[in-house]
Ligand binder design. Structure first.
Ligand code: SAM
Length: 293
């Protein structure tokens, strides 16, 4: 049975009496060519361990397994366990863990699944459930220090927000916060027609590469995150108003402060680079106090 075709998907889902669940974003890829492309752009080698989030029926898992040392597939839907046992039966380097990806320690799971004594870098490759895209990405970026990169299929509109440049209406909290942790490459678009059932949105595949050793080293990470959050909550306001609210001081002081940093206080957050946000958060209030010495 070819589970990367519509006929195969219908056959296996009816055999196990499975109905795709919307709440878990169950839209299965039914295009062999796209599955191949995703696995190929993930640049896997026989030395790589890979984590796949949401294997579904196992179509992408098979492609990953064929190109890697081993794949750990983490699936939430208990009804898919028997299906996956059948569809991955001939693949000896795949491991299945039935769990909510947001509730497990992924690196520990990888160690356990392959009985590893220590963790080298590994890759993530997945067609993820779109309703939990943001928590999945931040989990990977904040809790997976050994991850080399993640190749993820996500909703096209979300990919556009992640990749947006300052000055673009898509540019926002998600853009800046992901940029804080990683570089993002756009790899390809995938039409909604490649899925069964057909979703209401198109998709894009992106590659998220953590900065690693080049990570920004901030004195006040909490202050930076708080400023960025506030800025995009008030995205129609100028940085003058936003900083005044964030730091709780009158606007005259903020004008002087942003002048010292050479940042136009009439700008709106969507026009600031991540470096501007870092500069504002990291220098407060020392830069202003020093200017009066
Ligand atoms: N990889 C398959 C494919 O490409 O055809 C299925 C992808 S489907 C978009 C998303 C998969 O993620 C589904 O199998 C769904 O059950 C699973 N999933 C949803 N929420 C999850 C969670 N919190 N943890 C683990 N898997 C989850």
């Amino acid at each position: 049975m070819d589970i990367s075709s519509k006929t195969g998907i219908k056959e296996i889902t009816s055999k196990y009496n499975i109905f795709p669940h919307k709440k878990w974003g169950q839209n299965f890829l039914m295009d062999k060519n796209i599955l191949n492309k995703i696995a190929n752009v993930s640049c896997l080698t026989s030395a790589d361990h890979v984590i796949e989030i949401g294997p579904g029926l196992g179509a992408l898992t098979r492609e990953i397994a064929n190109r890697s040392k081993g794949v750990l597939a983490i699936e939430i839907d208990p009804a898919l366990q028997d299906v996956l046992q059948e569809t991955l039966a001939d693949i000896n380097n795949s491991r299945l863990r039935m769990a909510d990806v947001l509730k497990v320690n992924l690196e520990q799971e990888l160690l356990d699944a392959f009985n590893l004594s220590k963790l080298d870098t590994y890759k993530v490759c997945a067609n993820i459930p779109y309703n939990i895209t943001t928590p999945i990405i931040f989990n990977l970026l904040e809790k997976c220090p050994n991850m080399k990169y993640a190749v993820l299929m996500i909703q096209k509109e979300v990919a556009a927000r992640i990749k947006a440049q300052p000055g673009n209406k898509e540019y926002g909290l998600l853009t800046v916060m992901i940029k804080y942790y990683a570089e993002v490459e756009y790899l390809m678009d995938v039409s909604r027609n490649c899925f069964f059932p057909r979703p209401e949105v198109d998709s894009s595949v992106i590659k998220i590469i953590p900065h690693g050793a080049n990570q920004f080293k901030l004195k006040n990470e909490t202050g930076f995150k708080s400023l960025v959050r506030k800025a995009f909550q008030m995205r129609r306001k100028t940085m003058l108003n936003i900083c005044s609210a964030e730091f709780g001081v009158e606007k005259e002081k903020i004008k002087r402060y942003l002048d010292i940093l050479d940042i136009d206080y009439n700008k709106r957050p969507e026009n600031l680079t991540i470096h501007n946000f870092i500069s504002i958060a990291e220098n407060w209030p020392a830069a202003m106090e020093e200017s009066f010495d």
